[in-house]
Design a protein around this ligand. Sequence first.
Ligand code: DHB
Length: 392
Amino acid sequence: TEVPVAVVGAGPAGLMLAHLLGRAGVDAVAVDLRSRAEIESTHRAGILEADAARDLVETGVSDRILREGHEHEGTELRFGGRAHRIDFRALVGASVWLYPQTEVFTDLADARARDGGTVHFGVSDPEVLDADTDRPRVRFTAADGTRHELRARYVVGADGSRGMCRGLVPEELRVRHGTEYPFAWFGVMAQAPASAPELVYAHSEHGFALISRRTETVQRMYFQCDPDEDTAAWPDERIWATLQARVAGGDGFRLVEGPILERTVLRFRSFVQEPMRWGSLLLAGDAAHTVPPTGARGLNLALHDVKVLAGVLLRALGREGEPALADYQPLALRRIWRAQHFSSWMTRLLHTAPGASPFELRRQLGELDSVVGTRAGRAYLAEQYTGWPSSR
Ligand code: DHB
């Protein structure tokens, strides 16, 4: 099959790219190792920037987010046993949407099917060949066992942080930047009504906790844990005791408890690989960079990458030709490093490093106090959390 663009990875980044190209009359075929059901049942982040939400609606993916998503005009930071609201609307005139990534994926997969875009889920043995030439190919075995070859002009690697595409860039050209954290998140789905109207990011001497939501009856919560923690050692009572201790305070705030439906340990790190382009291969989203989850930047950043990339690819496939590709990395990277900074900063601001000294713990409270206790501090957090317009 001849196709202008072949996309490896059919998560939100790969599918949004294919959708944006398709809207401009350019075919893109996407392939993914995972089945659609597998992607739809893997819980990921829950927060979309208002700009990303608007893009889903305005580019014709779906307007379901407006009906089933929830606009949040602020969030709460809890520490020292007290709540501190960050009012996004009042501080920076912005908001975010609570709309799980799995729903974004479903909307995109449905939009591809509706618009006649080809997506192969559940493929095996994908290979990218001749990425350094102007005739790259993607070979794979489809779910029905047939072998396929896509002959493309460009190949996009949107196959996530554990995908194969980033490794196609030759070792001598790859530069990798990153850092690890001495903690992970213990994520749970709880069958219970919401405990608070907005998200709660809690710092305590026992560690971090995040109270998010999913539906009227199911809530998403996370707490800081050891990266090697074993979920089998965590019966419901222990999970609730841990979460309650981390949000407890003089105001008497308590979480509404219920059965734990799912428990997973989520490891994370900060990572950026350059270059984001090698020959006819372009990397987007987590294939090129990952952020720790605090602040929910990952999905938003991936969607920004593909917005920039779609524009650059359309120029490259049109009159300008290949030189247009040179614009991709600089346009994407500025926001990537802002998000790297913000995600890392939010993570360090709110988590408790194992073995942190009394000085460090008090310094951290001083930092938290200067974030919530000054207008500039609150506005800084609000501006970073709600995202930046893509022109900035
Ligand atoms: C969620 C995840 C995040 O990392 C975050 O910062 C906020 C919300 C979530 O899964 O709902």
